[in-house]
Design a protein around this ligand. Structure first.
Ligand SMILES: Cc1cc2nc3c(=O)[nH]c(=O)nc-3n(C[C@H](O)[C@H](O)[C@H](O)COP(=O)(O)O)c2cc1C
Length: 485
């Protein structure tokens, strides 16, 4: 039965039932919110076959006040979140996803959210002096973090000052005290633009923070949806039905009716407090603690036995990096084809490079210069250029997502003198951990394109690979299943 036939299509609990039935969910009892929960999740996500983790009986918290982590970190879970059926391999999922983001975006205007009178999120409402953000087991994720973070896998709902545009963005949220949380919105992000307009006018900025919901919510609020478009429309386009929302009592901001926990309030002009530091997608703390908008929480809404969604950024593979790898790989694949590169076999934007800094494409070589063409376009196309560093091209017998295979090809099929091209003063970022060591006045970086394909002009002479053929491997694997699995 499809999720939407059971009720609200955007209900985390229905999704949990689905992934539990697929063997992709584990229960963890008795972990401490203070560092332990973060470290368990971090070790779990680095396992090749990991599960989503549902923490309960968290130290110092009542049974039922739960935290979910690692929700998007496998092909099965991610394909199910994206409503793409169940896919079990990276490659199949990337293929399924190709072309979809453009279609979702094009159809989004047809899916205006629908406002309901009430919903499960209204089961508990705290206000009028009863708000206590510490009621929820926000983890202290890593030793060097600036504090406890209630918002990592969250969606921050805000409204424009001079239009009806509602934006939903994933911005980390730090707990300051019982009634105040801090928002980190990088300048230029849509929430930051809306905030700036309110501050310029001297008006309080309305905010509703969805701290737990179906993971599709934070997956989409964490990607670049066009300026002026509401992420609820985009989510509706994926669901093929409108998102059901309720309106907050204080700000009127809409949030999904089946959300788990929502904090609603205002960021008042002049109220900035020290926020951070916190890890970034590439695995470092590039920023220091800094002043950031504080939100005064006027209402806390939560379901009975609420579930907080955790997705901390950290050294990859991290909680969120798998979903980024899949999404960017699909976009890069489409970009290579759109640029006219033939016979692209597979693309993988590796998690270890934050899905930006170490990307690999495999091709079936057709002509002299084909591999260099693929490598340069992989490195410089629209979705690839920002913060790209190493772009590697391999032959079709190499799986781009298999790092040892890729590095074996680099080690054995490339001649550094001719197979590594360097692009200088490319598109970098101040967020690059190497930025501290660069000589540039603006955020440039240099890039290497590594051609690790067999030399096209010596294909006939190039030595054969010494290993069992694919067919023999499959045959032996089937026959000796118990031994080899
Ligand atoms: C788990 C996660 C945490 C993120 N944390 C932040 C953050 O703290 N600040 C920020 O500006 N962007 C953060 N991002 C990136 C933004 O969510 C992303 O750029 C998104 O497009 C912002 O929404 P907007 O385009 O509507 O501004 C995060 C993304 C994810 C997935």
């Amino acid at each position: 039965m499809r999720r939407s036939e059971k009720g609200n299509p955007l209900d985390l609990r229905a999704w949990l039932e689905e992934v539990r039935a697929l063997g992709e969910l584990k229960d963890v009892r008795g972990a401490d919110w203070n560092l332990e929960l973060g470290a368990i999740s971090e070790l779990n996500v680095k396992k090749e076959h990991n599960s989503a983790l549902l923490f309960d009986e968290i130290a110092g918290y009542p049974k039922g006040f739960r935290v979910l982590t690692c929700s998007t970190s496998s092909p099965v879970r991610l394909s199910s979140i994206l409503r793409l059926g169940v896919e079990r391999t990276h490659h199949a999922l990337v293929q399924k996803l190709r072309g979809r983001p453009a279609a979702w975006q094009a159809e989004a205007p047809n899916y205006e959210p629908v406002v309901a009178e009430t919903g499960p999120i209204m089961e508990n409402i705290k206000g009028d002096g009863k708000v206590d953000v510490f009621a929820f087991p926000s983890p202290f994720w890593h030793e060097k973090d600036g504090g406890r973070y209630i918002g990592t896998g969250c969606s921050v709902v805000t409204k424009d000052f001079d239009s009806d545009w509602v934006n939903v963005g994933t911005y980390r949220v730090q707990v300051h005290d019982e009634r105040h949380v801090g928002l980190d919105m990088v300048p230029g992000k849509h929430g930051a633009i809306q905030y700036d307009k309110h501050m310029k006018a001297g008006k309080p900025f309305p905010v509703a923070i969805v701290c737990g919901a179906d993971p599709l919510c934070y997956l989409i609020s964490g990607i670049e949806v066009p300026f002026g478009m509401c992420e609820y429309n985009y989510i509706g386009s994926i669901l093929k039905e409108p998102v059901l929302v309720v309106k907050g009592q204080v700000t009127g901001l809409p949030f999904p009716a089946a959300s788990e926990i929502v904090l609603e309030g205002w960021a008042h002009p002049g109220d900035v407090r020290t926020e951070g530091p916190f890890g970034e997608f590439h695995g470092y703390y590039p920023g220091k603690a800094h002043p950031a908008p504080a939100v005064t929480v006027e209402r806390a809404y939560y379901r009975n036995d609420p579930i907080l969604m955790g997705s901390p950024l950290a050294k990859p593979p991290n909680d969120y990096s798998y979903s980024k790898a899949v999404m960017r790989s699909a976009l890069l694949f489409d970009a290579l084809l759109a640029a006219g590169v033939p016979d692209v076999q597979a693309v993988w934007a590796h998690e270890i490079g934050g899905a930006r800094m170490f990307n690999v494409v495999s091709i079936k070589q057709r002509y002299a210069g084909h591999s260099k063409q693929a490598g340069h376009i992989l490195n410089q196309c629209g979705v690839g250029a920002y913060m790209s560093r190493y772009s590697v091209v391999v032959d079709e017998d190499i799986d781009p997502s298999n790092l040892p295979e890729v590095m074996w090809a680099v080690a054995t099929r490339s001649d550094p003198a001719v197979d590594i091209d360097i692009i200088q003063r490319g598109m970098g970022s101040k967020n690059d951990p190497m930025y501290v060591a660069y000589p540039y006045k603006a955020p440039f970086n240099s890039k290497a394109i590594i051609d690790a394909c067999r030399p096209y002009d010596h294909l006939d002479e190039f030595p054969d690979v010494a290993e069992a053929s694919r067919e023999l491997q499959e045959k032996v694997r089937r026959k000796w299943k118990d031994l080899l699995e």
